[in-house]
Design a protein around this ligand. Structure first.
Ligand code: PQQ
Length: 567
């Protein structure tokens, strides 16, 4: 039978499998299991470790899935493994064998697969979708999504909604045009496409014919000068979430291209935004732009997590997101209305705050200067905080409906940033900017924060020497799990932030944990192997992270057997 639409919709509530990226389509990364608790988590022990093997040992950002006792996990360089979840033995492996000339900006990462029916589906660094048979690993279909030689790639996990496979694309540093697309998971046939730069049209495909379905929210060229919209970026590189209650896909969009904002006066829709998209035809229901006219590479891709906001005796269908730009936003997910926003980092220099609509109030002299003012040379350098790698980057938050808190993996750093002249050339970097990232504090960069979406206050924090670059998970056992670049897999008390467990996996962690139940016992898994954007673009922070181990291993934990009776 395999995974059904019903399995996907109920993923958060069913404990014996994990069939969606996000541990539920709404992306809360919350498990209702409480077998593991603040009392017993200190006894957690590894039960198996599976190595991806070979030489491709870096950048393991994947969140595994588990169905019927089999784990499906992607690895860097566009690989997928099926592993016996009980024993850790390999069942099959698939390697997309990438061509020379792929252009991922920020390491050779992949964040996970989708499961549907008898298929495992994922996106590759040469911008293809690949569907494999879940039992054999044999290719069922391969579909080109975009031209990798123009800078497109796919690093996000696809999601399946109402029988459609939904994917985004990467490439914002190369002047690609972002898009969200739906495909038939059985055949790979395209169903609709929704470009995310104003001016590019969306299409629904009926019987192989393209039917234009217009664009919401503005006219071509309205928020972009001249032809700049043609290579406007706004990559949908982190994929999305889905809320069944409002029947909306929520996708974020990356930076407008190029980074040099003086070349593109205007808001540059729909860059650095969250979009609510109709899964039936790809039309945009509403948009919320976190950084209009972005000049700092504050991509707006970070996940929008649906939750019930219980306030003043009412329950509001809300959603929240912690943005690269340092602000956390609580929105009404029915219409995109701004409820509130607040900083989740120690310091924000580029904006003085948010206005009543959630639009930033720009700080004077916060924007890097125009090279035109310096006779076409490097423009005026500014110090901006957070750095472009973000108050938070791709690594997902978790929301616990019991504590009503968000657990946000964040970082404290600043950057020197300046602009340079640039023009678009296919397949070349399209930044028009330079930068150096610096730690904001001597003793820590990473901060795992518990944030209250009602008050905007930080309830507790855990400080980490290196930047935190792994995802977070929370459980009904009042626990929060995450990993560190130093190699530790850690568990915290969800209410107090007290560290309750740590285990050194031997390699830096940039993966995202999951939990499920098998044979009556609660299991936890995490993919390990240091990599991602920090060692590549971290500037002075690269010194802090240079000794962390790359690798490629899935670690799986549970309580020792002799503990079962006593629980
Ligand atoms: O604009 C884009 O298309 C794009 C793509 C990606 C990616 O696909 O990984 C990243 C970024 N931008 C980016 O700005 C960024 O900081 C980043 C960090 C990472 C990572 O995996 O560590 N990817 C990306």
């Amino acid at each position: 039978a395999g995974v059904t639409d019903d399995d996907l919709l109920k993923d958060q509530d069913t404990v014996d499998d994990v069939v969606t990226y996000g541990m539920g389509l709404q992306g809360q990364r919350y498990s209702p299991m409480n077998d593991l608790s603040t009392e017993n988590v200190k006894q957690l022990q590894p039960v198996w470790a599976f190595s991806f093997g070979g030489e491709k040992q870096r950048g393991q950002e994947s969140q595994p899935l588990v169905k019927d006792g089999v784990m499906y996990v992607s690895a860097s360089y566009s690989r997928v493994y099926a592993i016996d979840a009980k024993t850790g033995e390999e069942i099959w492996q698939y390697d997309a064998r990438l061509p020379d000339g792929i252009m991922p900006c920020c390491d050779v990462v992949n964040r996970g697969v989708a499961l549907y029916g008898d298929k495992v589906i994922f996106g590759t660094l040469d911008a293809k979708l690949v569907a494999l048979n879940k039992d054999t690993g044999k290719v069922v279909w391969i579909k080109k999504v975009a031209d990798y030689q123009a800078g497109y790639s796919i690093t996000a996990a696809p999601i399946i909604v109402k029988g459609k496979l939904i994917t985004g694309v990467s490439g914002g540093e190369f002047g690609i045009v972002g898009k969200v697309e739906a495909y038939d998971p059985n055949t790979g046939e395209i169903l609709w496409t929704r470009p995310t730069v104003e001016g590019h049209m969306g299409y629904v495909y009926k019987d192989g014919k393209k039917i234009e379905n217009g664009i919401s929210g503005g006219a071509p060229g309205k928020t972009w000068p001249g032809d700049m919209w043609k290579n406007g970026g706004a990559a949908t590189w982190l994929g999305g979430t889905y809320d069944p209650e409002t029947d909306s896909l929520f996708f974020g969009t990356g930076n407008p291209a190029p980074w040099n904002s003086h070349l593109r006066p205007g808001d540059n829709l729909f860059s650095s935004s969250r979009l609510a998209i109709d899964p039936d035809d790809g039309s945009i229901k509403w948009h919320f732009q976190t950084t209009p006219h972005d000049g700092w590479d504050y991509d707006g891709v970070n996940e929008l997590v649906s939750f019930d906001l219980k306030e003043n005796g009412k329950t509001i269908k809300a959603a929240a997101t912690a943005d690269r730009n340092g602000f956390m936003y609580v929105l009404n997910r029915e219409n995109g209305d701004f409820i509130r926003g607040f900083p989740f980092v120690d310091k924000i220099t580029w904006a003085k705050g948010l206005d009543e609509n959630g639009r930033p109030i720009y700080a004077e002299n916060g924007r890097p200067g125009d090279p035109a003012d310096m006779k076409g040379e490097k423009g005026k350098v500014v110090v901006a905080q957070p750095a472009f790698l973000g108050g938070k980057n791709w690594m997902p938050v978790a929301y616990n409906p019991n504590t009503e808190l968000f657990y946000v993996p964040s970082n404290e750093w600043s950057m020197d940033i300046w602009n340079e002249p640039v023009s678009y050339k296919k397949g070349a970097a399209y930044l028009g900017a330079g930068f150096t990232i610096k730690p904001a504090h001597d003793d820590y960069i990473g901060v795992l924060r518990a944030m209250d979406p009602k008050t905007g206050k930080e309830v507790w924090r855990y400080e980490n020497t290196a930047p935190l670059w792994g995802g977070v998970m929370t459980t009904a056992g009042n626990l929060v799990f995450t990993g560190t670049p130093e190699g530790y897999f850690k568990a915290f008390d969800a209410r107090t932030g007290k560290e309750l467990y740590k285990f050194n996996t031997g390699t830096g962690i940039v993966g995202t944990p999951i939990t499920w139940k098998m044979g009556g016992e609660q299991y936890v898994s995490i993919t390990t192997g240091w990599g991602g954007a920090v060692p590549l673009w971290g500037g002075e922070v690269a010194k802090v992270v240079k000794d962390f181990n790359q690798g490629g291993t899935v670690w799986t934990f549970k309580l020792p057997n002799d503990n079962v009776a006593s629980r």
